[in-house]
Each structure stands twice: as C-alpha cells, then as structure tokens.
Design a protein around this ligand. Structure first.
Ligand code: B12
Ligand code: SF4
Length: 499
C-alpha cells in the first residue's frame, strides 16, 4: 500500500471477502457482565452498512457479544464498529487484521469522538453516520483511491437500500427485530452523544413514513423494538407512522421524552398502534440538575402526570435516571428509588453521570480539570470517572449500586407493581420486572443452549395490551400506508414469531 497524495491511498483492491465486526466491550469479563443484556439486540448499524456491499461478495457479520470471533481468516476488507467501551478491543482486532494484510475501516460513535486516537489502528476512519460516506468509500476503494478519513455531512434516510438482516443470526437474540426509523434527536442535553456525533449536518432526521412501514412489514413475528433516540421527536412523522402501523398486529417498545408524552395525543396513537413499554429519560427529580444538564424539555413537567398518562394507556415504563449531576447529594439515591417505586415505574436504568468525549459535558469537565481517568473501559456509566461536587466518588458509586439493589428488591417489585389500578397491569409489571432482573441464571442457561428465541412468545405475551381500548384495532389504513402494505402483502394479524 503506497501513500499517493495527502489523505489518499494508492490501494486498488478487488474485494471478495468482507467481514463486519462488533467487538465485545471489555466488560465482558467483569462481574457485572449480564449475557442477556448483550443478547438483546443485533448489530443494526453494521447490517445497515452491509446493504451497500455487492450482495454477491462473501460477507460475514460477527458480534462478539454472542459468539467467539473467528480471527484466523484474511478478509480483504474488515469493517469494525467502535463504541467507547469496546474501543480497546476494537483496536486490538483492527491491528490484528492489518498485520494480516486486510484493509481495515473503523467507524462509529467513539471514532467520531476521537478520530486521532482511532486513526493509527485503521486504514480509513469514518466520522458520523455511515449512510453516505461508506458507499463513497467503496467507490473510492474500487478505483484505488480510498481516503484516510471520511466525514459525514449529507444527512438523509431517503432511498436507503434494505438493511441486510439476512446476515443477522436471529436465533442468538431476544429482540432480533430492532429497528430505527429516525436518527438523532431535536434536543441538546449536555451529557448526550448526539450533538457531537451529528456535528457537521442535521442532527435529527427521519425516514419517509412509507419506507419505515415497509421496513416494519419486512420483519417477521410481532414484537419490535424501536432504538430511536426519540420516537416522538417529529410529531407529524410519529402520527403517520403509528397510523400506518394500526392493524399490523404489532407490539412494540421505544423511547421518548417527558414533554412529548404530555404534549398532545401522539402517545394515544402509539398505544393504539401497539406501544407497550416506553423508555423515558426522567434523569433527575431536581430542576436545578435538569437545568445544569441542558435538559430543558423536562423542566416544569409533572413526572407524576407522565406516569399517570402512560399508566392509563397500559404502557409500562423503563425510567432512566442519572446520579452525580452537580448538586446531587448523598440523599439523591433514596429520593429517586422511593419515588420510582411509589409511582410504579416498571424497570429503572440508573447511570452514574459519564462525560463522553465529544459532549459538551466532557469539554466543560476537561476545561475544569475534572476528568480523572481516560481509561475508556470505565466509561460504562457504572464507574465514577470525574471529580464529583457534592459527594465523594465512593459515595456516588455506593449509592448507585444501592439504588439498583433496592429498586429490584422483591418487596419493592411488589410495591411498584401494586401502584397500578388494573390487576392485569400489576401482573405484567411484576413479570416484566422480575423476569428482567431476578432470573439471571435462567437467562444464562437459555443463552448457552441457544434457545433465546423460544422466549420471544413469552415476551410478547407480557407485552399484551392491558386495556382493550389500546388493542391495535384494525382501523382503516391511511392512504399513505396502503401501497406499502399491499406491495408487501402484510396480513392484519401477523403470526407469532416462528424463528
Ligand atoms: C442498542 C444499543 C445498545 C445495545 C446493543 C448495541 C448493538 N448491538 O449494537 C446494548 C444494550 C448492548 C447497549 C449497551 C451499551 N450501550 Co448502548 N446503545 C444502543 C442504542 C440505543 C442504539 C444503537 C443502534 O443500533 N443505533 C442505530 C444504528 C443504525 O446506528 P449505529 O449503530 O450508530 O451505526 C451507524 C454509525 O455509527 C456508523 N458506523 C458504525 N460503525 C461503523 C463502522 C464503519 C466502518 C463505518 C463506515 C460507519 C460506522 O454507521 C452506522 C449507520 O449510520 C444507542 C443509541 C443510538 N441511538 O445509537 C446506545 C449507545 C450507543 N449506547 C451507549 C452506551 C453508553 C452503552 C453502554 C456502555 C451502557 C451501559 N451502561 O451498559 C453499554 C455498552 C455497549 C458496548 N458494547 O460497548 C451510548 C454510547 C456512548 C459512546 N460514546 O460510545 C449510546 C449512544 C447511548 C447514549 N445515548 O449514550 N447499547
Ligand atoms: S433527549 Fe435524550 S437523545 Fe435527546 S439529546 Fe437529550 S439525552 Fe440525547
């Protein structure tokens, strides 16, 4: 390989064998490792990129979270996705393949935050989403002039080729039907990856509704998980999407902000389309802390009203909370857990505040010399990596561990479940919460014997509607959705998952 001119490589290659890899996070060997958490979703980003490759090539997609990597091969091109917590492993694999003569491309969130760190391990690095830079790179590679670095600036999801879901080993995941129909988010929380990742172009954009419905229609089974940062971020899109989904017989989960749940009746549309559980970023009960985190969309909103609204629609809540925001004192853990249990939050995800490189939070903390370690393995929201303000790092870590332990105590699971009015909702809450956190050994066994897909019908049953009124009534389909559904011959009642 010879350097031709600055930033380009004289490297005409004929591609035959291509490998896409999602390396496992270093945590895979730690006591916190929960195999089930990493057997939830397949590597959707890589399957999205694979769609740009010539389907006649020999393409493989490996996810180290669920399988042992085959490293004795010699692909012509290796594409690796780098998150912050798998960065060291990703660089190791990249170095390995470069030593074997493969062309190595690195991209993803961490490469976007720190391209200079990633560059020595790669022939080419990618900044931002890959939908436009990756096909350009493939063209350049074919002509022998790939660049060392590609930066995304065009941001659209129109006309994308269908995701190569055939490369995903569905049986290895509890939720193979993960899907994203938008990218980014309209908000600007200081701790979030999104402003850094989408810098240089639009930071919130959606698919065309018909394309999204077509993608949904292609997915087998009933259950879907929308991984969008904010599924209700564009009201018109969300309404049309949910309208088109009515009558498709789906049950789904997703994420949305506090204000969007209270704003209008999109949430009712979502429930009617099959929304059964929602990830909600409450983050903190303190308005000062919200202000400090730039989380304006939560300010002045009644969290109780959010819970009441979702409850009345039979939607379970996965509440997200961050500990260690400036102003948080040692009482924050008990306050937060007590509130979550009392109002009946189904599952809670607690995080220790983590300043990801590329975020406003990281820049502020670095400027104040508050970053105490740059060991990215510790940036998993379970460790304290910065100088705290109103409590010691030990108190923060202890409090975080306590919060998980206390929230998922049997007594608290019972108590939170009994906060709902209907018996059915109480039971669903109980089984969902206990099932997720109390049967670790059973999950491990099921994963080991490769029977995860057998549990999907149970998940779908737990996600069945609480109120008959939220049942996805086969109402008239929108004009927009009809052509899509007709073309794909989707029936109104899809069979339960069969794989
Ligand atoms: C699903 C998910 C998970 C899943 C599984 C991930 C998987 N199988 O891919 C699970 C539950 C395991 C998980 C775990 C964690 N996650 Co997570 N997760 C997500 C989530 C919600 C969706 C990811 C996704 O599929 N996106 C959609 C696809 C289409 O986009 P994409 O993957 O980014 O891929 C695109 C680009 O990045 C780019 N690209 C990626 N790789 C490459 C390579 C090349 C060569 C090229 C050209 C382009 C390219 O092109 C793709 C198409 O545009 C994101 C939030 C988000 N919206 O992205 C958080 C997110 C990625 N997770 C995050 C975190 C912090 C974690 C955890 C540390 C949390 C924890 N406390 O446990 C762990 C550790 C993860 C790890 N393995 O290291 C952060 C990452 C922060 C960072 N700077 O890295 C995010 C952004 C959430 C957040 N808002 O903070 N996560
Ligand atoms: S609302 Fe969520 S996705 Fe949007 S910027 Fe804030 S943390 Fe990020």
């Amino acid at each position: 390989m010879v350097l031709k001119e600055e930033g380009t490589l004289n490297n005409r290659r004929s591609l035959k064998k291509i490998k896409l890899i999602l390396p496992a996070l270093t945590e895979a060997t730690s006591p916190y490792w929960r195999p089930i958490k990493y057997s939830l979703f397949p590597p959707l980003g890589l399957a999205t990129l694979a769609a740009y490759l010539d389907p006649d090539l020999d393409i493989s997609l490996q996810d180290e979270h669920v399988e042992k990597l085959e490293l004795n091969d010699q692909p012509d091109l290796v594409i690796i996705q780098v998150y912050i917590t798998n960065a060291y492993r990703a660089y190791q694999i990249a170095d390995h393949y470069r030593a074997r003569g493969s062309y190595v491309a690195l991209g993803g969130l961490h490469v976007t935050s720190l391209p200079e760190e990633a560059a020595p391990h790669a022939d080419t690095v990618f900044i931002g989403p890959g939908e436009h830079t990756f096909p350009q790179f493939l063209k350049d590679l074919a002509t022998g002039a790939p660049r060392r670095r590609y930066e995304s600036s065009v941001r659209t999801l129109e006309g994308l080729p269908p995701i190569r879901r055939d490369l995903i080993q569905r049986q290895r995941y509890l939720v193979p039907n993960s899907i994203v129909v938008s990218r980014g988010c309209p908000h600007h929380c200081t701790f979030c990856y999104k402003d850094g990742f989408f810098a240089g172009g639009r930071s919130f954009y959606t698919q065309l509704v018909d394309d999204a419905l077509a993608e949904i229609a292609r997915l087998p089974g009933r259950h879907l998980y929308f991984l969008d940062d904010h599924l209700f971020g564009n009201v018109r899109f969300a309404r049309d999407l949910f309208c088109g989904m009515r009558g498709m017989g789906r049950v789904f989960q997703g994420a949305a902000t506090v204000d969007s749940i209270l704003r209008d009746d999109v949430i009712e549309d979502a429930a009617a389309a099959g929304l059964r559980s929602l990830f909600v970023g409450f983050e903190t009960l303190s308005s000062n802390a919200l202000q400090g985190a730039g989380k304006r969309q939560n300010l002045g909103r009644s969290y109780r009203e959010v819970v009441r609204r979702l409850d009345s629609l039979g939607i379970m809540i996965n509440g997200s909370f961050v500990f260690g925001l400036d102003g948080d004192d040692p009482d924050v853990f008990r306050r937060t857990v007590d509130w979550a249990v009392e109002v009946g939050i189904t599952t809670a995800t607690f995080h220790i505040l983590t300043p990801y490189p590329g975020t406003a939070l990281f820049n502020d903390m670095a400027a104040q010399d508050r970053i105490v370690t740059r060991n990215w393995d510790l940036y998993d929201t379970r460790n304290v990596v910065y100088r705290t303000s109103c409590m010691s790092p030990e108190e923060l870590k202890r409090g975080y561990d306590w919060a998980y332990e206390d929230f998922y105590r049997w007594t608290n699971i019972f108590k939170a479940a009994s906060a709902h009015n209907s018996v059915k909702h109480r039971l669903k809450h109980f089984f969902y919460s206990a099932g997720w956190k109390k049967f670790e050994r059973a999950w491990d066994l099921v994963i080991r014997i490769k029977q995860l897909s057998q549990l999907r019908p149970i998940l779908e049953a737990v996600l069945a509607p609480v109120n008959p009124t939220t049942e996805p009534a086969p109402k008239a389909l929108t004009q927009k959705s009809l052509p899509v559904l007709n073309n794909l011959s989707v029936t109104k009642t899809l069979p339960a998952t069969t794989d």
